[in-house]
Design a protein around this ligand. Structure first.
Ligand SMILES: [Zn+2]
Length: 89
């Protein structure tokens, strides 16, 4: 296992995650994410590679805990916006 998640290292990886993926929370689909969440939780063998990190809100991140992402997505489906064209009435 790598070093513990925390301190300046976590801050740096969080900044990298937000720079790479933007601020859209991968757990709820809304913008404004400020933390990095592990797709595969560290407690389940996930590492701190950027491929395993996604932006998430603090609340969403702690709500998910170490739940497998498949389980989270079943419980919290994100409704993708298929068409962003504005509708005029
Ligand atoms: Zn969220």
């Amino acid at each position: 296992m790598g070093p513990r998640w925390g301190g300046t290292r976590a801050t740096r990886l969080t900044a990298l995650t937000l720079a790479t993926y933007g601020d859209r929370c991968h757990l709820c689909g809304k913008h404004g994410a400020t933390t990095a969440d592990h797709l595969v939780p560290r407690s389940r063998g996930g590492d701190d590679a950027i491929e395993n990190l996604r932006p998430a809100h603090v609340a969403c991140n702690s709500m998910r805990g170490s739940m497998p992402i498949e389980e989270w997505r079943r419980k919290h489906p994100i409704y993708e916006q298929k068409c962003s064209a504005s509708r005029k009435w």
